[in-house]
Design a binder for this molecule. Structure first.
Ligand SMILES: [Zn+2]
Length: 145
């Protein structure tokens, strides 16, 4: 997967933006994070934005197009310990889903390891049927604990 390095660099760059401009989880949100398996909830940052933007990199943007990933309908995106939420869409359900992706990142051990598996799954099964997405949906909670 020749674009993996570019994808990893983009994720790491976005993580920096989210930690610089975002907020940490509240205590209740940290409890939710622990409930869905996050080992280090205190490391998580959330940044609410009007639009979750695609990578500038033309090749990465084309891959997003091809797989219907990161469209104008995207309301949440997790990049390591950084979570983008589209303004007006923050719910316990969405946050628990994204926090489960943080857990997956932690389990994978690095952004590159997570992305390698995630991208492979999306290419093989499609976005909705990717095992990482099925797992995240299975951990969605309707309310804070
Ligand atoms: Zn997801």
């Amino acid at each position: 997967m020749h674009f993996l390095a570019a994808a990893t660099a983009w994720v790491e760059q976005q993580q920096t933006v989210i930690s610089a401009q975002g907020r940490r989880l509240s205590h209740a949100e940290q409890a939710l994070a622990e409930a869905v398996g996050v080992a280090q909830p205190q490391n998580v940052y959330v940044l609410e934005v009007p639009v979750i933007t695609r990578p500038d990199n033309a090749e990465l943007a084309a891959i997003c197009d091809q797989f219907g990933f990161l469209t104008e309908d995207t309301i949440g995106l997790t990049l390591g310990y950084g979570i983008y939420i589209k303004q007006g869409y923050l719910t316990s359900r969405l946050l628990s889903h994204e926090l489960r992706h943080v857990h997956q990142y932690e389990q994978a051990g690095s952004a590159q390891a997570f992305l390698s598996r995630y991208i492979t799954e999306v290419m093989q099964f499609g976005y909705l049927d990717a095992p990482y997405e099925i797992d995240a949906r299975s951990q969605e909670r309707e309310s804070l604990l």
